[in-house]
Design a protein around this ligand. Structure first.
Ligand code: NAD
Length: 381
């Protein structure tokens, strides 16, 4: 069978779903690999690098789609891309079925089998395919780099002949995958780092990475808002008030805020309010990784960098992984080839779409003309 990767058509998207290295692995699984001309260019992979790895470079996207038994891409397909898909063909990409009902119906109606990388169950066995985590890791790292390039000072404290420099104070709100990556990056650059999450179980992880967990003065010292499956639920009004009061108290001292707080199925909670931005020092920076879901900061404008009246830069970019396209493509392509590996038990270049496998079942959103989303809960953890 053949696996084909087209160029991403979403404006500004620089990632690619197949790298020369992942193609070598896919060939060992028995597949022929095809890529559209120039598809890897923005991620740093030339057509010649693909050819050297045994990949066939195809000029015409229609011919590429027609040739592939499996299409591997990054972004959810545009309707024009779904139109290329054929009955029985398999598409592997991000899909976000809960937000893309019409797209789901379109894919169902043309009979393609869709594997959504964002629906891979977050269980230990599937970590190698967990593209949400690999992209969130990059976003957390890049958020700190972006903050640093907009912050006119060092992260680390210094004593120099030209004067004493205090370390930057960084607050990370939300310590999931992206938040923990941001903590690791900020502390390794020498910042004094604080982090807050509604899930009390992350306190240990935060502290093990060198940051200080921000506790609230709340009955029995428990954070509030942990839900099942390691995700957050909305906080109670009393807890939220305590949380906002704490942030208000910290705002004048904090140089950089990185917000990553998300609650499944809901708009991002507003946690860094306009008055907190107004209380920050000029030159401070807020990076809002929740911008795509409405933002954690009142001043966030998705995809833009704005400067508040008191000189605080608020960054709402929604394309952090694409801003590190080489790294993001390497990790995403690895996630994809692990998914293909699980779909190819005999390593003979033949897809076996086993709906009894929890991971494959969980990620499959259309199959044989049926919508198979949402999946039943996984049997194993
Ligand atoms: P996410 O992107 O859904 O949310 C980011 C963080 O925001 C979470 O830590 C959440 O608790 C926090 N948050 C929500 N509301 C908040 C508020 N009001 N104030 C402060 N913080 C708030 O989370 P994620 O990064 O996708 O991770 C979700 C969970 O999945 C975590 O427990 C993570 O460890 C787990 N996970 C498990 C695996 C696995 O293979 N076992 C893999 C990846 C992630």
């Amino acid at each position: 069978m053949k696996i084909a990767t087209p160029s991403e058509v979403f404006g500004g998207e620089a990632r690619v779903a197949m790298t020369p290295d992942s193609a070598l692995h896919l060939q060992k699984l028995g597949y022929e690999c095809l890529i559209e001309t120039g598809a890897g260019k923005l991620a740093g992979y030339s057509d010649d690098a693909y050819r050297a790895a045994g990949v066939k470079v195809v000029e015409d996207p229609s011919a590429l789609y027609a040739a592939g038994d499996v299409i591997a891409k990054v972004r959810p397909p545009e309707p024009s891309e779904v139109a290329h898909l054929l009955p029985g063909q398999t598409l592997i990409s991000f899909f976000y079925p809960a937000q893309n009902n019409e797209l789901l119906e379109l894919a169902r109606s043309n009979g393609a089998n869709i594997i959504a990388m964002d629906m891979v169950p977050r269980i230990s066995r599937a970590q190698k395919m967990d593209a949400l985590s690999s992209m969130a890791n990059i976003a957390g790292y890049r958020a700190v780099i972006e903050a640093g390039s907009n912050f006119g000072r060092f992260f680390t404290g210094q004593v120099t002949a030209a004067g004493k420099v205090p370390p930057a104070k960084v607050l990370i709100i939300g310590a999931g995958v992206a938040g923990l990556a941001a903590i690791g990056t900020a502390t390794s650059l020498g910042a004094v780092t604080y982090a807050f999450d509604v899930r009390p179980e992350v306190a240990e992880q935060i502290e093990s990475m060198g940051a200080e967990f921000v506790y609230l003065d709340f009955p029995d010292q428990q954070q509030d808002g942990a839900a099942t499956g390691g995700y957050a639920a909305p906080s109670s009004p009393e807890f939220r008030e305590k949380q906002l009061a704490k942030f208000r108290e910290m705002a004048p001292e904090i140089d950089i805020v990185i917000t990553t707080a998300l609650i499944p199925g809901r708009a991002a909670p507003k946690l860094w309010l306009a008055d907190m931005v107004a209380a920050m020092k000029p030159g401070s920076v807020v990076v809002d990784l929740a911008a795509e879901r409405g933002g954690n900061c009142d001043l966030t404008v998705p995809d833009q960098k704005v400067v508040s009246a008191n000189g605080v830069t608020v960054i709402g970019y929604t394309d952090f992984p694409s801003r590190m396209a080489a790294q993001a493509s390497t990790l995403y392509a690895t996630n994809v080839r692990h998914m293909v590996s699980d779909l190819t038990p005999a390593k003979d270049g033949v897809i076996v779409h086993n709906m009894d496998d929890d991971v494959i079942r969980g990620a499959t959103v259309t199959k044989d003309g049926e919508i198979t989303y949402p999946p039943p809960p996984p049997k194993i953890q």
